[in-house]
Design a protein around this ligand. Sequence first.
Ligand code: MSP
Length: 525
Amino acid sequence: MTPRPDKTFYLTTPIYYVNDAPHIGHAYTTVAGDVLTRWHRQKGEPVWFLTGTDEHGQKVLRSAQAHGVTPQEWVDRLVETSWKPNWRALNIANDDFIRTTEVRHTERVQRFLQSLKDAGHIYKGKYEGCYCVGCEEFKLSGDLIGRGEERLCPVHGTPVEMVNEVNWFFRLSNFVESILKHYRENPDSLQPESARNEVISFLESDVTDLSISRSTFDWGITVPWDTDQVFYVWFDALLNYATAVGLGDDPTSEGGKKFAQTWPPDVHLVGKDILRFHAVIWPGMLLAAGLPLPRKVFAHGWLLVGGEKMSKSKLTGIAPSEITDHFGVDAFRYYFLRAIPFGSDGSFSWEDMHARYTSELANDFGNLASRLWAMIEKYCGGVLPVVAHDPGLQAALHEAVTEADSAICALDFQSGIMAVMEFCKRVNGYVTEEEPWILAKSLSNKVHLEAVLYNTAEALRALAVLFNSVMPATCEILWQSLGANESIGALADQKIEDVHKWGQLPAGSRVTKSAVLFPRLDVIA
Ligand code: MSP
């Protein structure tokens, strides 16, 4: 994606329902967003990374009731004791965290929707149909499964509820042609291709207007012109992407300036479960308001358990800590993006994670660093020898950076990580072929030996920069161990475009042995 001069790279995750604590499905999207934004920061772009929580609606209300507390108490408790701490634990560097119960959100939502009403895009009507509280979605009867009288939501497998009420409607159908035109002219704006095809065929079928308010409960944002109703939770939720950056504020105010700098977002990262909301309803709302559409919506696949989407309601949700307690945070961040093509479904398995941890992280990456520390200590007294070059390694690095950059910017995390891992393997091969432990046996090989050690250290310097977005804590340890902080500067300040420049670590740097980057699992367990 081409950067926009003077604009911020603005990425969002879905805002998650706080009916319960996060599981690894939520963490998957959030980590992906964190990796992509860290990468763009290292490309030297200004970045804004937003995540948050979706706190209104019946799903959250019912959880609060089931726990005998008010919905506000419930969401406050869960956000502070579970959602935010989970993201901190996973080293998520979001710039903002929006909660839909915040005044900065509710006021802007009301203002925005009043303006749609004033412009004639909203009308009063009668809604009669099915609703799944688990999805917080109005369902068409063709969407449902089940035998006889019992009509079930295909996602949750639970009975849908009948809704029969007078409420407010948004004239979504008026915007269908413009949305279709947008996707046909900008195929990049909706990815992967399977998601785009699904949305296009949905848009080509019969898209009806959307009920956007509810009158039977009050846990939501009040409709300003009809205070007996609250907005439909999705209409409130989608707007978070804009309210968080100052939607509708005076252009000279702080919010107005932020909006001008960020809008439209570069990437909305979502799971495929919520594709239609983002690819049909959301652009309809923006077109009605005359706002530019997001540059890209990317719908990734599901983490599956037993062939079905992992979910708390089906009791298949795994808490991130269950995995990080065993494998560590960086291995968690690495594993899902490495193992599953972004856009496809994938099953989580302890065996596969164990195997990749051992072969890729511990053996290929961690062991390379351990070998270097030991050899620099033994053969050079812990001090980096004179700057050397190796055209083969340099060319391999150049290729890895180019491939990783184009793959990661296209949200193909798997290929990006594999390109860097290939380089890591190449460096291991270099050490094995050069046999520094044999060279060390004769003083006449001193220059050669030192060159091999310097080149290995330089390669590790590059690996720390290239893996930093995926495994920031580990790469920081590696960076410190190379003395690079003192000689080159902070790891986060290293630019992707400069990684390939060989010879950055100065001779004489002190290399210190650190704790093993990826300890053996039988040691952790
Ligand atoms: N609140 C809405 C989103 C509103 S955005 C304006 C919502 N919340 S959710 O808590 O259900 O989170 C859904 C998102 O969490 C998915 O789109 C996906 O990003 C992530 N995942 C939840 N379960 C997942 C899997 N089993 N696998 C992969 N991602 C999953 O929908």
